[in-house]
Every structure is written in structure tokens, then in C-alpha cells.
Design a binder for this molecule. Structure first.
Ligand code: FE2
Ligand code: FE2
Length: 470
């Protein structure tokens, strides 16, 4: 059923039939718009070529057109209900999924939704100033597309809080607009969402590595026995695919431009020619990968075990796993540090579920590196990018507190500190990247540090007027 855009809050959840809920969400709406005006995209625009969801079905779910940003129609869309959906894992495996929140899991489910919800507006805040320095109108448009959809993901979580968690849920919905990325007094819940995204290399890395964490978290919540959460996440994942594309092809294009200049000038020192040295790209990669790994939490977690057993949160691709989906007798090996040595330790699989998800994520991340290296190979270059060891630069879990190099050696604190500037972006690297950030707003033009995309959006050419500035 196509979504009715004449409603104040477009939705496919029959909001018109629930006056209380409708009123509650309508009173949250102006607060959201206030937040968007204050902490959303800082660059004023006339309109932007955006996609808006018009249906949740398989075919033709989105409409493309120029929209004035503040008039974007953020709505509430859940994927279609699957008749007779059953719980796919945990102690209640095989039972019908829940359409309401069971009392005993209320607090846990609310927490999971709040933590997910908190990341959505956080990334909009982190990316607020990037519009000032976009390398092309195409990139500017993609930034705004990601921003409006993260805004919609906030709506998705706020809907669940309002519809299923009563007064506490409504309070939590308010708080999602009170916490701010990087704020001293009231920061966002997770570390990576309080980091800055000051430049476009960071933005591409963020959408590649940190949005990808989001994809994996949503994948576990999509398995949830709480059906409205599952359906919400299923539709969010559909939108998230574009964010991954922005990151993957963004880094592609930076690497491609760097490779071109390396070949033309026969040097690694491409900064002299306005490109970003591979060593700097590697450092940004190291940083974004390591802070994103922290988002998966500790390798061992009784919370994760309890969520799984209760049916609140499954594994990535739960239904494709070939085991009993209960894991009560299963064991798994996780990485850890013992006597200053990196080693493995066998633990009950239930306790190791965070590591399970992190490994799925890491394998996915390796795919990007492979692509980027193929670009280097095609350019006839020997240099390669790599993913650092999972223990590198970690603040959470078994590796935190140890000094682990990108190639996976435990070293003394002094040695690690001595290597820091070759592994992580230095103030000079950041200043250099920042110096390249100059807006290019002529249709069809692009900044010198990045290659143009091979495809436009929705079949439009690269030189299409994706954004009309004021
Ligand atoms: Fe999102
Ligand atoms: Fe995203």
C-alpha cells in the first residue's frame, strides 16, 4: 500500500486510528524540526534531489525529486508483516513472535532501542558542517540523503518508544534530542558518535566503517522476537544500503585519484599535487575501523547472552546459521591477551556473541580493502591498504589497555607511542586534509583530491544539478 503523504506524519502504521499515539508523536514533531534546524545541515539550500520512501514493498519503494530540506517528509515505515512469523532463536524458538512488549523484557528492549536511536541523530550532528566543503554537488546531495534518512531512523525508534513503552518511552524520546554529539554535559551514548567528522575523507570512512556497524546492529535487531522492532529494522536496512554505497565508493574515488597522481608523477608524495597520500588514507582507515570495532562492546558479554536467550536480539543472518539457534551447549574461541601475548580462549558461544557479530563485520570490512587494493593494482602500483589487527587502538574489551600495533604485535607503551604518528592521523595530516576541503558547487565539477563517481544518482548524470543553492 503506497504511503499517504497528505498526512502530517506519513506512515504505514495506521496512525490515524490511534489518536493518543498520533497526538503524542505530533507533539514530538516540532521538537524534532527544531533539532533539525539547530543541529542538522548547516549549509542553506533551496532544494536537494532526494529519495523519499513511498512504499515498503519490493519494487519501486522510493520516489526521487527536488525537495526543500526542512520540508522533507520524515515518516514512520515498517516492513510488511510476515504472516505467522516465529521466533528463530533462543529459549522461545518456534513460538509466535510478539506484537507487544513482554513485561519481563521491557527494560532491556527499551534500552536496545534507545541505544540504537541515539546513534541516528548523532551522525547528523557529526556531519553538520560538511555541506560547507563538499567536493561536488553529487557528494553534497549524498550527504543530505544520508542526513535525512538518519533523521528518519530517529523517527523509527521514537515511534517504537511512543507506541510501546508508555511514559518512560516518551521521556526517552525527548532525551534523544537532548543528548548531542561531543557535548560535555550530555554526550551521545557511544564513543564513536562523539568523534568529529570534520572533513570528507572522514565522512567516507565514517559511512564505510561506522554506518556499517549500524548495519550489523540493525541486522541483529531485525531478528528480534519483538515484531514491530524487527519490521522497523528491516526497512531501515534498505535505506542503510545507500549509506554503505556512499562510503565504499567515496573511499574508492579518493584512492583512485591518489593512484592516478602517484602514477602520473611517479611518486608517493602526492600531497604536493593536491591528492591525499596513501599513508594518510591508511591512518584514517585505522582510526575509523578501530573506533567502530569498539561499538561492538566487550568480546564476552552476559547481556548479549541474555538478549539472545530471551529472543530480543539474534545473530547476523540468524536463520542461515546451521546450528540449534539456542547455543546452550556450544563453545567458541575468542581473541584475548594473556601474559602479554595475543591468544585465543574457548568460551560458551552465548557469552561470545559480541565477538561473533564483530567478526562478521570485520570480514565485511575486508571486502572494501580488497576493492581499494584492486584500484591500486589496476593502476600498476605495488602499494596496498590493509585492515589493522582488531586489537589496534582499542578502548573497549579484551584488547583495551594493551599496546597493540596494526600488524598485531603487543609492544611496550613507549614503542606504541613512538609509532602512533605512523598509524593514526596526526594534527598535520588532519590540517592537510582540511586544507583540501574547498566547496565545488558547479555542476559537473569536482575537487582535485577525489575522482568523479562512475554513476550518478537514479540514472542522472554526474553533472546533474543535484542541489540548488540559495
Ligand atoms: Fe541509520
Ligand atoms: Fe546510516
Amino acid at each position: 500500500m503506497p504511503i499517504d503523504y497528505t498526512e502530517r506524519i506519513p506512515n504505514n502504521v495506521d496512525l490515524a486510528d490511534d489518536r493518543r499515539l498520533k497526538r503524542a508523536l505530533e507533539s514530538w514533531q516540532p521538537k524534532f524540526l527544531d533539532w533539525w534546524q539547530t543541529l542538522g545541515p548547516a549549509l542553506p539550500t533551496q532544494d536537494v534531489y532526494l529519495r523519499t520512501a513511498v512504499d515498503v514493498g519490493r519494487a519501486g519503494w522510493a520516489h526521487f525529486g527536488h525537495v526543500a530540506l526542512p520540508e522533507y517528509r520524515w515518516g514512520i515505515f515498517l516492513a510488511d508483516r510476515k504472516p505467522d512469523r516465529r521466533i528463530a532463536f533462543g529459549q522461545e524458538m518456534g513460538a509466535p513472535v510478539w506484537q507487544q512488549v513482554p513485561g519481563e523484557y521491557r527494560a532491556d528492549l527499551q534500552r536496545l532501542i534507545v541505544v540504537q536511536g541515539d546513534t541516528e541523530p548523532a551522525s547528523v550532528e557529526q556531519q553538520r558542517h560538511l555541506g560547507m566543503t563538499a567536493p561536488s554537488l553529487y557528494d553534497l546531495r549524498n550527504l543530505f540523503q544520508v542526513n535525512v534518512e538518519e533523521g528518519r531512523h530517529l523517527w523509527a525508534m521514537v515511534y517504537l518508544l511512543h507506541a510501546y513503552f508508555g511514559r518512560e518511552g516518551r521521556d526517552e524520546a525527548e532525551n534523544l534530542l537532548v543528548r548531542n554529539s561531543g557535548s560535555e554535559e550530555s554526550p551521545r551514548i557511544l564513543g564513536a558518535f562523539n568523534e568529529e567528522t570534520p572533513d570528507w575523507l572522514s565522512f567516507y570512512m565514517f559511512t564505510y566503517f561506522t554506518d556499517r556497524d549500524g548495519k550489523y546492529q540493525l541486522g541483529t535487531l531485525k531478528e528480534s522476537a519483538f515484531d514491530p522492532l524487527s519490521r522497523t529494522c528491516e526497512f531501515m536496512l534498505k535505506e542503510e544500503a545507500h549509506h554503505m554505497m556512499v562510503g565504499t565508493t567515496g573511499v574508492d574515488r579518493v584512492v583512485r585519484r591518489t593512484a592516478e597522481v602517484m602514477r602520473e608523477r611517479d611518486t608517493d608524495e602526492v600531497a604536493a599535487y593536491g591528492a591525499i597520500p596513501l599513508s594518510v588514507i591508511q591512518k584514517y582507515l585505522n582510526f575509523h575501523y578501530s573506533v567502530s570495532l569498539d561499538l561492538f562492546g566487550s568480546e564476552t558479554s552476559t547481556n548479549a547472552a541474555n538478549y539472545f536467550t530471551a529472543g530480543l536480539k539474534g545473530r547476523w543472518m540468524e536463520e542461515r546459521r546451521k546450528d540449534d539457534h539456542r547455543l546452550t551447549d556450544a563453545f567458541t574461541e575468542i581473541g584475548t591477551v594473556r601474559d602479554d601475548q595475543l591468544t585465543g580462549v574457548e568460551i560458551p558461544s552465548l557469552i561470545g556473541l559480541n565477538q561473533d557479530l564483530r567478526d562478521e563485520y570485520a570480514a565485511d570490512c575486508a571486502g572494501g580493502v580488497k576493492r581499494w587494493n584492486a584500484i591500486l593494482t589496476d593502476a600498476g602500483l605495488d602499494a596496498r591498504l590493509y585492515l589493522p589487527h582488531q586489537g589496534f587502538n582499542r578502548k573497549v574489551g579484551a584488547y583495551s589497555g594493551h599496546h597493540i600495533t596494526p600488524d598485531g604485535r603487543i609492544v611496550a607503551a613507549e614503542e606504541w607511542e613512538a609509532g602512533r604518528d605512523t598509524w593514526l592521523p596526526t594534527p598535520d595530516d588532519k590540517a592537510y586534509v582540511e586544507s583540501l576541503m574547498r566547496p565545488v558547487y558547479d555542476p559537473g565539477k569536482i575537487a582535485a583530491w577525489v575522482a568523479p563517481p562512475s554513476n550518478g544518482i537514479n540514472g542522472k548524470p554526474f553533472d546533474y544539478e543535484y542541489v540548488h543553492l540559495i
